[in-house]
Write a protein that binds this ligand. Structure first.
Ligand SMILES: Cc1ncc(C[n+]2csc(CCOP(=O)(O)OP(=O)(O)O)c2C)c(N)n1
Ligand SMILES: [Mg+2]
Length: 269
C-alpha cells in the first residue's frame, strides 16, 4: 500500500478502536491512538506476514511490548485477515480471547504474551539472535512505550543486541511523552533517547511517528547494526480533547465525548 491508502487504513483502525473502548467501557485509548499509524504501516506495507499461516517460519516478527494497547493490535490483525473483524466486538467480554493484554496462545498473529512492561524487547533480542544464528530470512520488530523504557531490562537487551550485531532487529519507541498518570519528564525522564541508543552502538532514526511518509522509510531501513526508531507521537493523536492529556491513558469517553470523537475521526475519513 502507498501512503494515502495507509493513512486511510490508520483512520479506520482509530475509528474502530474508539468504538471498541467505548463499548467495552475500558482500554488504553491514549497509547493506542499514538501507535496506530505505525501499526498500520507495519501490517499493511512492511511486514512479511501470512494471515492464513500465522506461524510460518519465514514470517517477520512483530512484538507489541506495550501490551496494554492490545486493542489496537487486535483491530489491525483482524483487518489484515488473521481473524474475523466481527470478533472485535467481544473485546474484554467474558470468554473472549481478546483480553486486555495480548495472548499468543489464543490470538493468531500475536508473537508473544506482553503486558508486564519491559519484556518485549528482551524476547525480540532472543528471536533476532535465533534468526541470525540460523541465517533465517526474517526481520524482528518490537514496539515499546517511552515510559516502558524506564524498565532496566530494556537496557540490558539494548547492550546485548549491539554486542550480537543484530542488524535484523528494529526497536520502535512510541515517544508520546506520557506514561500512566504522569508526563515522562516528571518521572524518570529517559529522554533524549537518541544519544543513549547511539552510545550503546545502535543506528537511530528520529521521526514523526504519526506521519506515514516518515514512518514507512524508517521501518524499511536495513543496516548491520540494530536499529531504533524514536517515534515522536502524540498520546491520543487524532482526537482533540484526548491529545497530550495524561488522564486519557486509560480513561473511557462518556457518550458526549464519544460522539465528539466519532465526529472528529469521521471528518478525517
Ligand atoms: C512492569 C509493569 N509495571 C507497571 C505496569 C502498569 N502500566 C501499564 S501502562 C503503564 C504506563 C506505560 O507508559 P508508556 O510505556 O509510555 O505507554 P504509552 O504511553 O504508550 O501508553 C504502566 C505503568 C505494567 N503494565 N507493567
Ligand atoms: Mg508513553
Amino acid at each position: 500500500m502507498q501512503t494515502k491508502e495507509l493513512e486511510r487504513v490508520a483512520r479506520q483502525i482509530r475509528r474502530r478502536d474508539l468504538q471498541a473502548v467505548y463499548d467495552a467501557g475500558a482500554g488504553h485509548i491514549g497509547g493506542e491512538m499514538s501507535a496506530i499509524d505505525i501499526l498500520a504501516a507495519l501490517y499493511f506495507r512492511v511486514l512479511k506476514v501470512y494471515p492464513d499461516e500465522p506461524r510460518r517460519a519465514d514470517r517477520d516478527r512483530f512484538i507489541l511490548s506495550k501490551g496494554h494497547t492490545a486493542c489496537a493490535l487486535y483491530i489491525t490483525l483482524a483487518k489484515r485477515g488473521f481473524f474475523p473483524e466481527e470478533e472485535i466486538s467481544t473485546f474484554l467480554q467474558p470468554h473472549s480471547r481478546l483480553n486486555g493484554h495480548p495472548n499468543c496462545n489464543k490470538v493468531p498473529g500475536v508473537e508473544t504474551n506482553t503486558g508486564p512492561l519491559g519484556h518485549g524487547l528482551p524476547v525480540a533480542v532472543g528471536i533476532a539472535t535465533a534468526g541470525k544464528l540460523t541465517s533465517a530470512d526474517y526481520h524482528t520488530y518490537v514496539m515499546t512505550g517511552d515510559g516502558e523504557m524506564q524498565e532496566g531490562s530494556n537496557w540490558e537487551a539494548i547492550m546485548a543486541a549491539s554486542q550480537f550485531g543484530l542488524g535484523n532487529l528494529t526497536l520502535i519507541i512510541d515517544h508520546n511523552r506520557f506514561q500512566q498518570g504522569a508526563a515522562l519528564a516528571d518521572t524518570n525522564d529517559v529522554a533524549p533517547l537518541r544519544p543513549k541508543l547511539e552510545a550503546f552502538g545502535w543506528d537511530v532514526t528520529e521521526i514523526n511517528g504519526n506521519e506515514m511518509a516518515e514512518i514507512v522509510p524508517a521501518l524499511e531501513h536495513r543496516g548491520s547494526r540494530p536499529h531504533c526508531i524514536v517515534a515522536h507521537t502524540n498520546k491520543g493523536h487524532g482526537i482533540s480533547f484526548m491529545q497530550d492529556r495524561v488522564d486519557w491513558h486509560h480513561k473511557v469517553p462518556n457518550r458526549e465525548q464519544y460522539e465528539q470523537a466519532v465526529a472528529e475521526l469521521s471528518e478525517a475519513l
